[in-house]
Design a binder for this molecule. Structure first.
Ligand SMILES: [Zn+2]
Length: 191
């Protein structure tokens, strides 16, 4: 069943997720529900904080995009349909030596209709565990790398608006404040 996606500025979005140590059925239910939620919302990634859980879990699925990106999972290249959707648990991200930074207009399911340019390293190594606790190493670039970096930020309470440079942030500032007001009013109405 899809879960409710929380919007900025719900405090949970600023909470650092705790490391997952129990890879049990409960975790796999959360992962399945997050995937369903991401698909209903037509997103390419979703972090646990966005559905109200401060844990180091995010899900990713880029099969619907036409953007180019490349990957190497544990030294091999499984087809996109085998790789995705997938859960990224307890991720550690390291930019590959010498990689360039790229700028791309990002959005976020917790910021409906707000988009802005964010600069991030292109190629990264992602060390993570799957929903069964198996460790993996994913080397990736392009939108896949960007998406995982965006989601991993969520797991540490960092949001894409924090990564925008001053000019970009200034352009979205009014919409961001209006969203925070709207979220606060909705929270108070449902309390
Ligand atoms: Zn996001």
């Amino acid at each position: 069943m899809p879960l409710t996606i929380v919007h900025y500025n719900q405090p949970i979005l600023r909470q650092r997720g705790v490391k997952v140590t129990k890879f049990d059925a409960g975790l796999r239910t959360l992962v399945d529900e997050m995937m369903a939620t991401m698909h209903v919302a037509e997103g390419i990634g979703l972090a646990a904080q966005q559905v109200g859980h401060a844990v180091q879990v995010c899900v990713v699925d880029l099969r619907a995009t036409d953007k180019e990106f490349d990957w190497l999972l544990d030294g091999a290249k499984p087809p996109a349909d085998i790789l995705m959707p997938f859960a990224v648990i307890n991720p550690k991200i390291t930019p590959l030596p010498g990689t360039r930074k790229t700028v791309y207009e990002e959005g976020c399911l917790s910021f409906p209709e707000i988009r802005g340019d964010v600069s991030r390293p292109d190629e990264v190594l992602v060390q993570y565990q799957d929903a069964y606790g198996v460790p993996h190493e994913l080397q990736c670039n392009g939108l896949l790398s960007r998406c995982i970096q965006h989601e991993a930020d969520h797991l540490n309470g960092t949001l894409f608006i924090d990564r925008m440079d001053k000019e970009v942030r200034a352009k979205v500032e009014l919409s961001v404040r209006e969203l925070a007001k709207k979220t606060k009013a909705e929270t108070e109405a449902s309390a």
